[in-house]
Design a binder for this molecule. Sequence first.
Ligand code: FAD
Length: 425
Amino acid sequence: MSSATSVQNDVEQCTTETVDVAIIGAGPSGSIVASLLHAQGKKVLVLEKQHFPRFSIGESLLPCCMQVITEANMLEAVNQAGFQFKNGAAFRYQDKYTTFDFTDKFSPGPGTTFQVERATFDKLLADEACKQGVDIRYGHTVHSVALSGEPSLEISNEQGQTQTIKAKFILDASGFGRVLPRLLDLEKPSTLPTRSAVFNHVRDNISDPNFDRNKILISVHPDNQDIWYWLIPFSDGRCSVGVVGEPHQLAVVENGLDGDLDQLLKIMIDQEPGLKKQLANAELINQSGLLKGYSANVKTLATDKFALLGNAGEFLDPVFSSGVTIAMQSASMAAKTLLKQLNGETVDWQQDYAAPLMKGVDTFRTYVEAWYDCRFQDTIFFDDPDPKIKQMICSILAGYAWDEQNPFVSESKRRLDMVVELCRS
Ligand code: FAD
C-alpha cells in the first residue's frame, strides 16, 4: 500500500465510523432503546447535542413506564434515586375534587411510579446505559441524513469537527428537536389545536396537611375549562407548576405584561382559587418558561432504514402525562422490531411498529380530545362513578393504553361516549 493511500485511509477512519444503530438524542427514548439493543449485542452509538444534566419538561411519570425501565435493567437505579413517589392523579374543578389511585386499576402491572426532575432522571437513565456499555457522545449534533444506500448521518462536535456515521439503521429519539421529520420533510400538522404552556419550579412551602404530594394535581380554570394547571410535587419541598391554554390566553403582550412570564404565571395561578391558596407562600425558583405549539405529527413513523421514537414522532398533549410513557413504549417496540431486522428476519415497520404504537397513542388521543371538549371532565367529576368502569379508565390514566384486554382501550371512543352519556343523563 502506498503511503498516500495509508494517509487517506487514516483520515477516512477518523471522519467515518460504522455502527449497527445510530441513535439521535439521549432523552428517555434514546437511552432506553440504546440499552435494549446493546444488551442484545448490537453496536449502538448515541449522539446527544447537549450536556447532561439539562432541563426538560415532562416530570410526572406513569406506572406503565416502570415496565420498560425494568426491561432496560434500570429499575433499581430509579428506585434508589430518591424521586418523589407517585400513586395517582388528582383533579380539581371549582369545588369538585376527585382522585384516581393507580393501584386500583384494571390492567396488570405496576401501580406506582415517580415524579422526577427530568435533568436528574434523564442523566440517571443515560448514565445507566453508559454503565451497561452504551457509547453516548455528548456535545455532538446531527445535521443531515442520507438514506440512499447505507443510511448515514453527518454530525459535528463542539470543536466544529465533522464526522460521518454510517449505520444499518437510524433511530430518531431527538424529542422536540424532531431531527428526521425536519430533514426528511415528514412533518404533518397535529390534529389538535395549538396550545401553549407557561411553567416554572417553585419552593412550594405548602403547609396544608391534606395536600397529597404522592399525586399530580390537575386543576381546571374556574371560568374557562380550556385552561388547566399542573402541580407536580418533587421530593425536596419543590413543585413543578404550569398552566396550559390557547396561545391568546397565555399571551404576555396582549395581557400587557411586556414579556414578563413570571408575572403571567402568577396572574394565571391567582385565577384558580384552590391553587392560589395552596401556593400562597410559594417562591419561584427559575425564570418561567414558555412552550408554544408543542403538538406535532408526522407522515410516517418508520421505514426499513429509520424509525421515530417518542416526541420525534407524534406528540399529543401533556394533560395526562403520557409523553415519557409513550417515548419509552416506542423505544421498547422499536428495539424488538429492529432486533428482528438486524437478525435477518423480514419485518414490516408499519405493521410491526407503527400500528401497535399508534394503538396506545390513539387511546390517549380519545381522552385528550374528550378532556378539551369537557366530556372527560364531566365523567371524572361525576359524583357516583361505577367502580369497575373507574378501574378501566384508571388503567389508561396509569399509562396502560396498549392493554387490549381493557374495553376502554380496544373500543376507546365508543366506551367513553357511552360513559359520558350515562354521566350526563
Ligand atoms: P427528549 O426527552 O426531548 O430528548 C431528546 C434529546 O435529543 C434531547 O436531549 C436533545 O438535546 C437531543 N437532540 C435534539 N436534537 C438533536 C440533534 N440535532 N442532535 C443530537 N441530539 C439532539 N411527559 C410526561 O411523561 N409527563 C409529564 O408530566 C409531561 N409534561 C409535559 C408538559 C408540557 C408542557 C409538554 C410540552 C410536554 C410534557 N411531557 C410530559 C412530554 C415529555 O416532555 C416528552 O414526551 C418526553 O420528554 C419525550 O422524550 P424523548 O426521549 O422523546 O425526547
